[in-house]
Design a protein around this ligand. Structure first.
Ligand SMILES: Nc1ncnc2c1ncn2[C@@H]1O[C@H](COP(=O)(O)OP(=O)(O)OP(=O)(O)O)[C@@H](O)[C@H]1O
Ligand SMILES: O=P(O)(O)OC[C@H]1O[C@H](OP(=O)(O)OP(=O)(O)O)[C@H](O)[C@@H]1O
Length: 322
């Protein structure tokens, strides 16, 4: 029975020993892995709430049952989620695209959805005041990182291009955290680490000289799901989460405009299929409603006002299916 073997595999994980007493209740449930802490955790909880996946997590328990679906949530370190999903121990998961590549699980998981958070870049960084200005100058020296595989690939290719072999190759050393301190501590000539705002990098006196990878959080499923019976539920959850992500991406823009300016205005707010145009009591005017990308809404409002639109309103979406 797949449910039992899946539970047994989960329970062999050191993270999950203390949920043994719950093993029976996991059987038959779709297992969905969520980062248990770190940068992605809170955003994942918001997604679950938006998708109406209801649960109560008891303090310190890494597995909890969803009340309104046959799902169990499994809280794991983000870095372990690709291999749990890739090996089929859990059915669905959320983690970073970077983490999937670092775990070398890209051939074992399918990225179902980009989630529009956890966006950052994996960058090669060196001391701003130091002599190294390019990755070619850094090649052959000491690089400290938490991303050994991705950094190894990156510098491996660079070493090959520069004909660096044996002892002259770049030395990649792993550290589990505080990577940005490695140069000032004398451990490294450069580092490879994630950058979002750049605050950590600048505070450590570093600057970026190359980008290894752009990443964001993704919803993943196993490329070879063990239980096809879970597919409809996976599709439903994926569609709900896609709706929550789209709701964060769009706003509704509503305004009044004179009929003779309507085509200029709808050129600014074409909507996804078409703008909704409704008559007003004043026959010279119409009301227009349209979905607009949130990041462009301020520009769109400026353009509408310049065209002569009035009462321009922006509404956030709680949820949608588009
Ligand atoms: N500054 C950031 N901005 C956006 N996304 C980030 C940032 N840092 C990390 N991430 C994303 O979150 C993932 C997990 O990173 P995080 O540092 O939270 O890992 P963790 O090791 O699980 O947590 P912790 O650092 O608390 O131990 C990263 O692989 C990346 O995809
Ligand atoms: O460009 P920034 O916005 O400053 O973000 C980058 C920092 O975020 C991540 O670490 P995090 O703060 O999650 O903690 P960690 O070092 O413990 O992983 C990453 O490792 C960087 O240190």
């Amino acid at each position: 029975m797949r449910g039992s073997s899946q539970s047994a595999a989960l329970l062999s994980s050191p993270h999950l020993l203390h949920i043994k007493m719950n093993a029976e209740s996991l059987d038959g449930r779709l297992l969905f892995a969520i980062p248990k802490k770190g940068r992605l955790h809170e955003k994942c909880l918001e997604l679950l709430a938006g998708a109406d996946i209801q649960f109560r997590r008891h303090a310190r328990l890494d597995v909890c049952l969803v009340k309104n679906h046959p799902i169990a949530l499994v809280f794991l370190p983000a870095s372990d989620i690709p291999s749990f999903v890739g090996k089929g121990n859990v059915d669905l998961g959320i983690t970073g695209h970077d983490v999937i590549l670092e775990a070398q699980m890209q051939d074992h998981v399918t990225e179902e959805l980009r989630l529009n958070f956890g966006k950052c870049a994996l960058q090669v960084q060196v001391p701003e005041a130091g002599p190294i200005k390019s990755v070619e100058q850094l090649a052959g020296k000491r690089v400290v990182t938490s991303f050994e595989v991705l950094s190894g690939d990156y510098f491996g290719k660079l070493d090959a291009q520069l004909n660096l072999t044996g002892d002259t190759k770049t030395k990649i050393e792993y550290v589990g955290g505080s990577v940005e301190a490695a140069c000032s501590l004398g451990l490294a000539d450069g580092i490879v680490d994630l950058v979002e705002s750049g605050d950590t990098m600048r505070a450590a006196g570093l600057h970026a000289i190359a980008t290894v990878l752009q990443t964001e959080a993704v919803l993943i499923k196993s490329s070879k799901p063990k239980d096809p019976a879970h597919e409809p539920l996976i599709r439903r959850i994926t569609s709900r989460i896609a709706g929550v992500v789209a709701a964060g991406h769009y706003v509704i823009c509503q305004y009044n405009v004179k009929r003779d300016k309507l085509s200029a205005a709808t050129a600014v707010t074409p909507g996804r299929r078409a703008a909704t145009v409704s008559p007003l009591e004043d026959e010279q005017w119409v009301a227009v409603s349209s979905m607009v990308e949130k990041s462009k809404s301020a520009d769109v409002m400026d353009q509408l006002v310049a065209i002569g639109a009035e009462d321009v309103l922006i509404f956030n979406l709680d949820n949608c299916r588009v």
